[in-house]
Each structure stands twice: as structure tokens, then as C-alpha cells.
Design a protein around this ligand. Structure first.
Ligand code: PMP
Length: 362
């Protein structure tokens, strides 16, 4: 196989070692003569996989003991429904606040509005979502069930560098595009959720980390399979869960541990992103999308000063083994998604290509 680097936003590249291990074990899991995905979700073998995922998540993300880890169907957007269904009941007026820092935050608020009052506490729409807006937590109404943020904005390449102190109002964070890429104080959050398809494994499932006291407030109409208490009470096995995705996540978590854990990956992620931001900052040919003070280390977004060259940029990059650099259709331009699994060499190769392309086309 020729070496390629996949800069796609998700589903995204997974560590090569993980893919190889999954391939080796696919037909014959631990000498059983059958694949893990062919056996019961209630078998001891799968239970061991699930327990190991819990153990590794607690260790790697430093999750305090008063939090539950849930494996919830439907990916990240399903949590846009599940969060209000589970938490709005905490507020007499069924009110929640949302900070809009991009498409995903807007979608999350619109979904919550189906079940209660979902208001916009702050937004950076006016500046094209190029930053995290200023926000004063004291402005939250007293009966707010929760404040929802998107911690890393996949499309625009911005992230929250520090988080709002919301006191008694639980902070809910969509961490889909950055979970396990940086060290966090989990106790700042009421709920964290992340679709698996960037830093954790295959698409279609989300990890939800919820403070225990927030369970048990689901609205009456909440479908059982969106009720976080049902997941918490059944170790996420109230029905047949996605055993393959959970197994793959387990392999990814082992890999994260082998790399030295989240702190090591965070330092590497900072360095990888810097390689690309250095090219952008030294150039008038590439124009960064995100305000430098709010830049993401997972999604690096930029435009070309000559936008007519974008297709040539993306296509020539492809010829150099640099895949999927086209920006999201809502934003345009180019985007390099550089999750945990992207090696430093991939960012070095892209930085070199960008310099060469600028030299040839400026
Ligand atoms: N939130 C964020 C921050 C995302 O990046 C994405 C997907 N790119 C989603 C939500 C939606 O994820 P899913 O397709 O799993 O619903």
C-alpha cells in the first residue's frame, strides 16, 4: 500500500496499528474460531470488552467516580435530542441555553426547541463563526436546565480554550471532534458527549459522560432508547448495542494508552497544528479562517487568496497522497482535520506541500 494521509473530518483515519489488529482478529477473536461481532452482546467476551472501555476511559479522560459512562446509539446528533429530553425536566419552564459557534450548535438548539425553550445565549454567526463569542455566565436565567456548547467546531476550526464557569447550571459539551485530544477537568461539565467517528472509532455511536445527579429527569415522552437512565441502568445493553463500534473503540483506547495517554497526544496535537498554522501565518497566499486566539488543534481551516486555485490545490494534494482537504460545503476553502491518529509526518508532508504549492502559484 502506498502511504497516504487522510485529512477527512470524519469518519476519519484511525491508527494503522488499530486497523491491523482488528483485521487480524476479525475472523478469529482470541482463538474462539469466530469473530467478536458474531457473538452475543451479553457474552463474557463482549462484556470484557465493554468493561475495558469503561476502565480505559476513566483512566485516560480522568473521569471522576460520580460520573456514568454511556454508549448511546445514533451518533452525536442523536444527543442533540437526547440531551434536552433528559435534562429539560430540571427546569420548571423547560428552558435551556445554547452558545452558537457553528452549524452543530445551531442544529442542537433547533432540536432542543422541539421539546422546550431553547434560547441562544451567545453567537458568533455575525463574524462567520470565526471565533468563540464573549459570554457572561451571570446572564443565564436562574431556571436554565443546562448550557450547551460545542467545544471544538469541526467546520470552522475554532475551539474553546477555557470553559465558562456556569455554577449550578450544568455545562453540556459536544466534544465530538476533540474528545481525548486534550486534558480536561471533567468536573467542570454536567454532560460531555462525543460521536465516535473522529478520535474514537467508527461512526454511529456516541460516548456520553454524565454526572450522576443529572440522571432521572427525563421528560415523560422520552423514548426508552434515548433515556440516559436506561443506559446507565443496563450498562448500555438494554438492547443489542453496536458491539463492533465498541470493540473498535476499545482498540483505539488501548492505542491512546500506549502512546502515553492524553497529555502526550495533546502536546503532539499542538505541535502538529503549529506546523500548519506556521505556514498560514507566514503567507499571504493562505488565509486562516479562525481568529488565531480561538484556533482548533483538530481542524485547521484556511482559504486561498486566489480561490480559483482551490480545486487545483485539493487535486494536486491528492496526487501527493494528501486526502480530503476540501473544506465543508457550508464554509468552503480548505480544511485539514488532524485528529489523534494523524502522525506528525502527515502534517509535515502537508506543510511541505503547501509551501511548494504557494511557491509555484503565488
Ligand atoms: N457535532 C460535531 C462537533 C460534529 O463535528 C459532528 C459531525 N461532524 C456532529 C456533531 C454530528 O455527528 P453525527 O454525524 O455522529 O451525528
Amino acid at each position: 500500500m502506498t502511504q497516504v494521509y487522510n485529512f477527512g473530518a470524519g469518519p476519519a483515519m484511525l491508527p494503522a496499528e488499530v486497523m491491523q489488529k482488528a483485521q487480524r482478529e476479525f475472523l478469529d477473536y482470541q482463538g474462539m474460531g469466530t469473530g467478536l461481532i458474531e457473538i452475543s452482546h451479553r457474552s463474557p467476551e463482549f462484556e470484557a470488552v465493554l468493561n475495558r472501555c469503561d476502565e480505559l476511559l476513566i483512566e485516560l479522560a480522568n473521569i471522576p467516580s460520580n460520573y456514568k459512562i454511556l454508549y448511546v446509539h445514533g451518533g452525536a446528533q442523536m444527543q442533540f435530542s437526547a440531551v434536552p429530553l433528559n435534562l429539560l425536566g430540571r427546569s420548571p419552564s423547560k428552558s435551556a441555553s445554547y452558545i452558537e459557534t457553528g452549524t452543530w450548535g445551531v442544529k442542537a438548539r433547533k432540536e432542543a426547541a422541539r421539546f422546550g425553550n431553547a434560547t441562544t445565549a451567545a453567537s458568533s454567526a455575525d463574524s462567520g463563526f470565526d471565533r468563540i463569542p464573549a459570554f457572561d455566565p451571570a446572564s443565564l436565567p436562574a431556571d436554565t436546565a443546562y448550557l450547551h456548547i460545542t467545544s471544538n467546531n469541526t467546520l470552522y476550526g475554532t475551539r474553546w480554550h477555557s470553559f465558562p464557569q456556569t455554577g449550578d447550571v450544568p455545562l453540556v459539551a459536544d466534544m465530538t471532534s476533540e474528545f481525548l485530544s486534550r486534558e480536561l477537568d471533567i468536573s467542570q461539565f454536567g454532560v460531555i458527549f462525543a460521536g465516535l467517528q473522529k478520535n474514537l472509532g467508527p461512526a454511529g455511536l456516541a460516548v456520553v459522560i454524565i454526572r450522576e445527579d443529572l440522571l432521572g429527569h427525563a421528560l415523560e415522552q422520552t423514548p426508552a432508547l434515548l433515556d440516559y437512565s436506561v443506559y446507565a441502568g443496563s450498562h448500555s445493553l438494554s438492547n443489542t448495542n453496536n458491539t463492533f463500534a465498541i470493540y473498535m473503540m476499545g482498540l483505539v483506547l488501548e492505542w491512546v494508552k500506549e502512546q502515553g495517554g492524553v497529555a502526550t497526544l495533546e502536546a503532539q496535537n499542538e505541535a502538529k497544528a503549529q506546523l500548519l498554522y506556521d505556514v498560514i501565518d507566514a503567507s499571504e497566499f493562505y488565509l486562516g479562517v479562525a481568529d488565531p486566539a480561538h484556533r482548533s488543534i483538530m481542524n485547521v481551516t484556511f482559504n486561498l487568496a486566489k480561490p480559483e486555485l482551490l480545486d487545483a490545490f485539493v487535486n494536486q494534494a491528492l496526487e501527493h497522497g494528501l486526502y480530503a482537504l476540501k473544506g465543508h460545503r457550508d464554509v468552503g476553502g480548505a480544511r485539514a482535520s488532524i485528529y489523534n491518529a494523524m502522525p506528525v509526518a502527515g502534517c509535515e508532508a502537508l506543510a511541505a506541500f503547501m509551501r511548494d504549492f504557494e511557491r509555484d502559484n503565488a
